[in-house]
Structure formats: C-alpha cells, structure tokens
Design a binder for this molecule. Structure first.
Ligand code: HAM
Length: 427
C-alpha cells in the first residue's frame, strides 16, 4: 500500500476528502447543528446508523442503474468475506433499520433525522468530495400531501435559519406505480426514434429518465420535445402534487417547477425536489429529496410510502460563505485568563473552573508568557472579557477584569468575578 506522502515524508488526507480545522470547523458544526435543529422543531427523532452496510442494501435500494451504485461506491470485502459498502446515502440505511427494529409497527408516520458522513468515489472538485456530510430526514408511512409539504418546508426553514436567501427550490412529480410504466414506454418510444449512441441507447433501456439528464448540448437539443412525466400524471398523482403546491403557497415557501429534474438515485416517485444554489458553480445541488414509495417493500418491508431529503452540509457551508454569512459563534471562548506567575496560574485555574461550572466559556494562557503576548492571545481567542491576574492582584485578593470591546478595566474581588463577568457578557 502506498501511503499518501506529502512533503518531508508526512502523510496527507486521501484525495477529495475535506478536513475542517479551526476556525472553519466551528462554522461546519454550527451549520450542521442548525440544519438538524430545523428537523427537531418538526418532531423528527434522531437515528444513528453505521457508516458501512451490506452492499446489497444499496444495489437493491438505491438502484443498479444509478451512477452512485454503478460507479461511485466504496465497496470492499471484509475479513469474513462479506461484501461491505461505505454508505453513499442515508435513505436505504434508515429503511433497513426501520424494518429491522419494527419502527413501522407503531404510530405512523415514523419521522427520523440523521447527520453524518457519506462516501462516493466521484471526481473531486469544488463542492464535490469523496467524503461529505449530510443532514437528512425521512418520514415513513403516510401519503398525506401535507407531509410532502412539511418535509420541503423543513428544508427551506433549515436554510433560512442559516441565513441563506440565494437558493432556489425546484419541484416536480415523478408519478407513481400507476402512471410511470405508461410514461416510461412513451419516453422510450420517443428516445428510440432518436439517433443516439449505443451507450445512451442502453441507458434509455435501463432507465430512460436518466437520458433526460444528458448534459451534451447535441443530445439536449434532440430532447427538446421529449414527453415529460409532469404532463402524463394520473389524476391521483396530479391531485397530490397540486395539494403539495397549495400548502407550500400557504406557507410562503417559494418554488419553481422543473419538470426535467432528474435525481441521481433511482427510488424516487411522485413529489421530488432540489434546493439549488447558483453561487455554488457546477455543484449547485445544496440538498434534495422526494418520495420513495416503493423502497420499503423493495427492501423486504411493508409496502409503506416515504419521503425525505438529504441536505449537503459541506455545500451549505460553501453557500453561506458565498453569501457572506457568518454562522455560529466565531469566538473560541467568552473569557480569557492571563496569569502572571505560578501562584496566579494556580488561582486562575480555580477561577476558570468556577466560571466554566457556571456555563461560561473560558480559556487561558499557559506557561508564563509575557503580558503582551498573552493579551494578544486573548484578542485572537475572540473573548469578550480578559481576566488579568498578577502578583499584586493576588495579594489584594482581586482580579483585573477587562472588557475587550470597550477597553474598560477594573479590579474585582475574587468572590465577585463571576457576577462581574456575567454583567459584561449580558451587556
Ligand atoms: P442526493 O441528492 O444524492 O440525495 O444528496 C443530497 C445532497 O448531498 C446533495 O444535494 C449535495 O448537497 C450533497 N452531496 C451529494 N454528493 C456529494 C458530494 N460528492 N460532495 C459533496 N456533497 C454531496 C440523497 O443522498 C438522498 N438520500 C436524499 C433523500 C433522503 N431523499 C429522500 N430521502
């Protein structure tokens, strides 16, 4: 095995895998938690699942004709000779766990939220990584169009809570098991009459919808008059979609209909959507999801419908930066302690412990650094308050409490440090 050697024989991260180090890591965590919080507000319970699964879960669940399964999975044989795959997406694993633990035997819909890393062996580029993070929700066991609207609105609210405004919500309906076969035949007949190359013909045979997503301008030109699912919905599918739109209208969730939307995974039915951020360049998909009404039965469970989304955390971080948003606390701490000398260091340890116990975020300098250097650290920590403790202060039983925003400072009795700090932080 060749290690990923960098300069001086050090080892680098694998290709296409982002590291988040301070201070950007704070933004990453704040973005992720803000997205999760939106789902929490709508009654989704957390679910924690393994990052590797039996390979069959994805070939059966996500679909063999999708790029994700056919070209991008990290699949390996484990020591017990089993075929294992690092999860490329979250929905199939959630479905597996719901079936395995009988969650679908209780009250419906089952509403779950997850976050974590996913893995796809794609060609790395800006916003496209081989390990990326998603926050996802899944709602299983209800056909109510109000549930479709809820899932979409939770995504919208999640981005709004970050402060994002520059994205667009695209929506369509991909029909159900009643209207899809007829449409598929219609589309296949249309494609059969086109002068397509062999590989594209083969794609048209396996999954004709995917041909609509062909990026080549010459192919796109031929597809201008292709029949669209949205124009071929059954009355039932059409009514469902209309009701979803009506609720989104009432919720003031803006959207555009994109009847040519093609999602990368095969399980989608009926309501399907994507959040697109034009400032993200080629990888503009901020998040996406939809209904997957046949998935649970496909995986051996009850024939329950479901709907959910996956929001890309990495791309949301990029979108927030592109919109100039600062997300989450940038400060490492609220209070920074600067002791001068050994005795002061010991006393500051006690003060810091007390303040932390009161829920205040405290850091401090170590190792007898000079006052100037230590105060610089206080500044760069982002703290609002500095506590300077010298020998003279110790003798007098006081600490110098400095408001780093206003520059005001005054000696405060040791017993009153906590209230003095709290007053500045509250101001
Ligand atoms: P997906 O559209 O494949 O859907 O992925 C969702 C989001 O994950 C994308 O919109 C994008 O933001 C992010 N993403 C995907 N691949 C990468 C990558 N290589 N690098 C960075 N970000 C990426 C799903 O995965 C479905 N499981 C969503 C879902 C849940 N549908 C129903 N329920």
């Amino acid at each position: 095995m060749t290690p990923m050697a960098g300069k001086n024989n050090t080892i680098s991260a694998p290709k296409g895998v982002p590291d988040y180090v301070p201070p950007q890591s704070r933004t990453f965590v704040a973005v992720r938690d803000t997205l999760v919080a939106a789902a929490d507000r709508a009654g989704y319970s957390p679910i924690e699942l393994p990052v590797f699964e039996d390979t069959a879960l994805f070939t059966r669940g996500v679909g063999e004709s999708s790029d994700v399964v056919s070209k991008e999975m990290y699949t390996f044989t484990d020591r017990g000779d089993r075929s294992i795959t690092l999860r490329p997406e979250g929905t199939a694993g959630v479905m597996r766990a719901v079936i395995e633990h009988g969650l679908d035997r209780g009250a419906l819909p089952v509403k779950l939220v997850y976050e974590g890393p996913f893995f796809r062996s794609e060609a790395p580029q800006a916003g496209r990584y081989r390990q990326f993070h998603q926050v996802g929700i899944e709602a299983i066991g209800s056909d109510d169009p109000a549930l479709d609207a809820e899932v979409i609105a939770v995504g919208h609210e999640a981005y709004r809570a970050i402060g994002l405004t520059g994205y667009r919500l695209e929506l369509t309906s991909l029909g159900d098991q009643n209207d899809r076969p007829a449409y598929r035949e219609k589309l296949q007949a249309f494609l059969a009459a086109l002068p397509l190359d062999d590989a594209t013909r083969e794609r048209a045979r396996i999954n004709p919808l995917r041909v609509l997503d062909d990026k080549r301008p010459a192919v796109q030109a031929m597809l201008a008059d292709a029949p669209l699912m949205l124009d071929n919905l059954s009355a039932e599918s059409s009514e469902h979609f209309t009701e979803v739109l009506a609720i989104l209208d009432r919720l003031d969730v803006p959207y555009v209909i994109n009847p040519r939307m093609v999602r990368g995974l095969d399980y989608y039915t009926r309501t399907t959507f994507e959040f697109v951020h034009p400032k993200l360049g080629a990888q503009s998909g901020l998040g996406g999801g939809g209904r997957y009404d046949g998935l649970m039965a496909e995986l051996g469970g009850q024939p329950l419908s479901g709907i959910g989304f996956g929001l890309g955390v990495d791309r949301t971080v990029l979108a927030a930066a592109a919109e100039g948003l600062a997300v989450g606390p940038t400060a490492r701490c609220e209070v920074y302690g600067v002791p001068m000398g050994q005795a002061a260091s010991r006393e500051l340890a006690v003060i810091a412990g007390r303040l932390r116990g009161a829920g205040i975020r405290v850091d401090r300098s170590y190792g007898g650094r000079g006052l100037k250097v230590a105060l610089k650290s206080a500044d760069s920590s982002g703290a609002r308050v500095a506590l300077v403790l010298g020998e003279r202060d110790l003798e007098q039983g006081t600490v110098m409490v400095k408001d780093l925003l206003s520059g005001d400072q005054r000696p405060v009795a040791l017993a009153e440090v906590e209230s003095a700090v709290a007053a500045i932080l509250a101001g």
